[in-house]
Design a protein around this ligand. Structure first.
Ligand SMILES: Cc1cc2nc3c(=O)[nH]c(=O)nc-3n(C[C@H](O)[C@H](O)[C@H](O)COP(=O)(O)OP(=O)(O)OC[C@H]3O[C@@H](n4cnc5c(N)ncnc54)[C@H](O)[C@@H]3O)c2cc1C
Ligand code: SF4
Length: 834
């Protein structure tokens, strides 16, 4: 019976304690079932945020994902759905008789229905030295559960360099990998004899260990930590066998414990979690279901099982929403069979069911290739798959999960057929999957849900992804989601409108976007979002493209916003795989002098540059420079830097030309230098590589450049455009042949400007020229068919005039942290020194 309130509108009060993945998902499911008409919803979350994807914290730690990108429900979502969210407020107790929850801020909130979704906390064993008397955890000790934990770890890793991670399960390995990307040396200490012992057998664990060690992470197994050493700062950990591992960071990833203390203190039955029945009612300490109190998520114990993965939580949330809203009052949750598919420290791992044979007549088929980092094992009982473990290659995981979920009989010839289950054509495979197969594990979306969404009229991939959230977690299932959409739409998939947008967050194709930016005089990335993005919402993925476009359109009048730039464009150097940078002194046209060479050699000595390398673009690359050393290296070189990164005009490669070469028909070197000088630093939709050759022997490879110039008989010059010789190979198209270097200069600039104004973000000329057709490009650029030649010339001139040497920022950084220690983007071996 609903309590009466003064503002009674007939709705009941639903209170949800816990604003994590399960709590928020339950509320979403309730809203989908029209729950807003039945309930006034209030949520409490101890964390001071909206709802975020906890799974993605590993990516945030590793620098692969921004914090913004992991939010599932922003604060605006709560407002739009009239949900009262108490973010950053912990509920301290439940008064079951008065049907209220009391929070630590002193508030009391009445409920007609209460959902406990309090999740888990990191389990921290009671190891001496881990905590400092009266002050909680030692400042160098971290857990890995929340956004705040992740932030704290990142901050600390900036100034500390050696970590021990206690625990070699999924979380420990993810923490180890994440820390390593911050330049920290990591050792994982694991109690059992092999890594991820809960999911893998010993042989699989061994293969994983080899993979992890190959990344440079040390692993110590069968080891127990007995003490954390150090008074003010952590100095090491001591193991039970007496060994001491020196370190200044300790991360504890030794397991999780359900947050069930408020339930226990309020008279509910708590064992390893809050005990619930099949309708998610919490049981009281007499074992009787409380009709008004429910629990969902990781804090729950259902039929003796506690789940630590999201897929089961989604199933629980659906059942609970059915029950609460009365959509299906008889809905029941019967437990989940968990198949785990993970990327651990960059290594693919999947596991389901048992890891090893349990009965004498269980079949166990194992393929183990430690040197290739591959391990596959399946356990078959009575012709059914009861367990599988895969490390390093998940190609066959979908059919294995399917066979495991369905309990379907397996073929006779196990080795040949079992490992070939996935080789059927994709459409057949998709058609055969049962509706209840989970396609997206992160968001718990089944094939049936996707198909229903398509049948409901959403026939584009992004539309389905938005509506169902399939593919919007870790993204690893996106291909499969696309296949299901295609299958369900029977091939009639709508081409996404957004595919024609210049950037994903602003819904206009480039031409319209350019017109609007000009009309409205939008000179900063944030102004573009405010004026043109739906709801004025900023989108991190769109920032770089918009920055480039604005600079193309406004030159020096752009309002520079540094967060709109990629790291390379912020520090004006090319980030390398180990997080160091490369410095490329400018050598226009590939020409240098003994003085420059001497200076380069001196700088290399002074800064102990690990690697000096000639580039494909006729320059010298000084590799392995730390971010904080960049300003000094530039200062010591006292030479302009060359553009070796970013989406901009790069180099002009030249051959010897008529000055020295006996075949030379034109002075290719001088023309190349002139072009490079004029257009240096110009932003463009993608990089631009040019070349000038002194004769058709083409020693500078001009036919395969974005713009290639070739001297021909009679003192004339051919201009070739849209060539490529990288991952994509294409001979350019002849744009025109002209009589003078001056015409080359003008037409090159006009071509580049036309490309800058009309190409899509990241579209190279080798795609853009064929898209428009060389005849069209020629008509506009050479014959001025659209009457815009003068405007293009003027626009490129304005950009040339606006050029400012970005390396001057060495003396006057644009932002305080510009040249602070670099955080490597991915964990990879150091740049090799030969
Ligand atoms: C780094 C990391 C990586 C992971 N990777 C994977 C993965 O790859 N695949 C996978 O399936 N799972 C993964 N998981 C596990 C997954 O995140 C959890 O299963 C899931 O978040 C549990 O959801 P939940 O809502 O039950 O708990 P949580 O998401 O923990 O939410 C509970 C919320 O309740 C709040 N709360 C607790 N007590 C109170 C109180 N008294 N008052 C108010 N608020 C309270 C907490 O602050 C918390 O925000 C990962 C977890 C972590 C930490
Ligand atoms: S392209 Fe012609 S001019 Fe240039 S170096 Fe080769 S042969 Fe000589």
């Amino acid at each position: 019976m609903a309590r009466r309130r003064r503002d009674d509108d007939g709705r009941r009060d639903l209170v949800v304690v816990g604003n994590g993945m399960a709590g928020a998902r339950t509320v979403e499911e309730i809203l989908e079932r029209g729950g807003a008409e039945q309930f006034r919803i209030t949520m409490f979350g101890e964390e001071p945020y909206g709802n975020y994807n906890r799974i993605m914290l590993s990516n945030v730690l590793a620098g692969l994902e921004s914090e913004d990108a992991i939010f599932l429900n922003s604060m605006a979502w709560y407002e739009e759905n009239a949900i009262t969210l108490h973010a950053g407020v912990r509920v301290a107790r439940i008064d079951r008789h008065a049907r209220t929850v009391r929070a630590v801020d002193g508030s009391r909130t009445p409920y007609d229905a209460l959902v406990l979704a309090t999740g888990s906390s990191a389990f921290v064993p009671d190891i001496p030295g881990m905590r400092t008397a009266g002050r909680g955890f030692h400042q160098g000790v971290f857990r890995f559960r929340t956004l705040d934990d992740t932030r704290a770890m990142i901050r600390y890793a900036r100034t500390h360099k050696q970590a021990v991670v206690i625990g070699g399960g999924l979380l420990g390995l993810e923490a180890a990998r994440g820390l390593q990307t911050h330049g920290v040396d990591v050792t994982v200490v694991h109690g059992p004899g092999h890594l991820m012992n809960q999911q893998l057998d010993a042989a699989g664990g061994y293969v994983l260990r080899r993979g992890v060690e190959a990344l440079g992470i040390s692993v110590v197994t069968s080891a127990r930590t007995v003490r954390v050493l150090g008074e003010d700062e952590v100095t090491g950990v001591q193991l039970a066998d007496g060994r001491v591992l020196p370190c200044d960071i300790v991360v504890v990833a030794a397991g999780i414990r359900a947050n069930s203390s408020i339930a226990a203190a309020s008279g509910f039955l708590v064992e390893r979690g809050i005990v619930v029945d099949d309708q998610m009612h919490a049981l009281d300490d007499q074992g009787t279901p409380d009709p008004t109190v429910f629990a969902v998520g990781e804090c729950v114990q259902h039929r003796d099982q506690v789940y630590g993965l999201v897929a089961p939580l989604w199933e629980q949330a659906r059942v609970l929403a059915d029950v609460l809203t009365g959509t299906d009052p008889s809905a029941q949750y019967h437990g989940s069979r968990t198949a785990t598919k993970l990327k651990v420290a960059g290594i693919d791992v999947a596991s389901m069911g048992t890891t090893a044979p349990e009965r004498p007549d269980d079949d166990h088929i194992v393929i183990s290739e430690p040197r290739r980092g591959l391990y596959k094992s399946v356990v078959v009982r009575d012709d059914r798959l009861v367990g599988a473990t895969l490390v390093g290659d998940l190609e066959k995981v979908a059919p294995l999960i399917q066979a495991f979920d369905r309990g379907s009989p397996l073929p006779e010839d196990r080795i040949a057929l079992l490992f070939d289950l996935g080789t059927a054509p994709a459409e057949v495979g998709v058609a055969e999957l049962p509706d209840e197969t989970t396609v997206c594990n992160c968001n718990g979306v089944s094939k049936g849900t996707i198909a229903a969404c398509v049948r409901g009229g959403v026939v584009s991939l992004t539309g389905v992804m938005d509506a169902t959230r399939a593919g919007k977690g870790c993204g690893s299932c996106k291909t499969l989601v696309g296949q299901v959409v295609e299958w369900a739409a029977d091939g009639a998939v709508e081409i996404d409108e957004s595919a024609s947008w210049y950037v994903p967050g602003v819904p206009y194709p480039k031409a319209e976007l350019v017109a609007l930016i000009r009309e409205q005089g939008l000179r900063s990335v944030s102004a573009v979002f405010a004026a043109l993005a739906p709801g004025g919402v900023e989108d991190a993925r769109s920032k770089m493209g918009l920055t480039s476009l604005l600079r193309t359109l406004w030159g020096a009048e752009v309002v520079d916003e540094r967060d709109g730039r990629f790291i390379n464009d912020r520090v004006h150097a090319n980030i390398q795989r180990d997080g160091t940078f490369s410095v490329v002194p400018q050598m226009k046209g590939g020409v240098t002098s003994s003085d420059q060479l001497r200076r380069i050699a001196d700088v290399a000595d002074k800064h102990a540059i690990p690697l000096i390398k000639l580039t494909g673009g006729q320059r010298i690359d000084l590799l392995g420079v730390r971010k904080e050393d960049l300003p000094q290296v530039w200062a010591d070189l006292d030479m302009p830097s060359g553009y070796a990164y970013g989406k901009s005009f790069r180099t002009v490669k030249t051959c010897v030309g008529s000055d020295f070469c006996r075949f030379g028909l034109g002075d290719s070197t001088a023309l190349g230098i002139a072009i490079e000088t004029r257009y240096q630093g110009l932003e463009s939709p993608a990089k631009l590589k040019l070349a000038v050759s002194g004769c058709p022997r083409n020693c500078a490879e001009s036919y395969v450049k974005d713009v290639g110039v070739v001297a021909v008989d009679g003192g004339r010059w051919e201009i070739w455009v849209g060539g490529a010789a990288g991952a994509h190979i294409r001979k350019g198209d002849l744009l025109t042949t002209v009589d003078t270097p001056q015409e080359v200069m003008t037409l090159t600039g006009r071509f580049i400007q036309y490309y800058r104004e009309t190409a899509n973000w990241l579209e190279r000329t080798y795609a853009w020229v064929p898209r428009l057709g060389i005849e069209h490009v020629r008509a506009v650029v050479v014959d001025d068919s659209e009457g815009i030649a003068a405007a293009l010339d003027a626009a490129v001139q304005a950009s040339v005039d606006a050029y400012r040497d970005p390396w001057q920022e060495r003396d006057d950084p644009a932002e305080p942290g510009q040249f602070r220690t670099a955080l490597p983007l991915t964990v990879l071996p150091q740049v090799p020194v030969r």
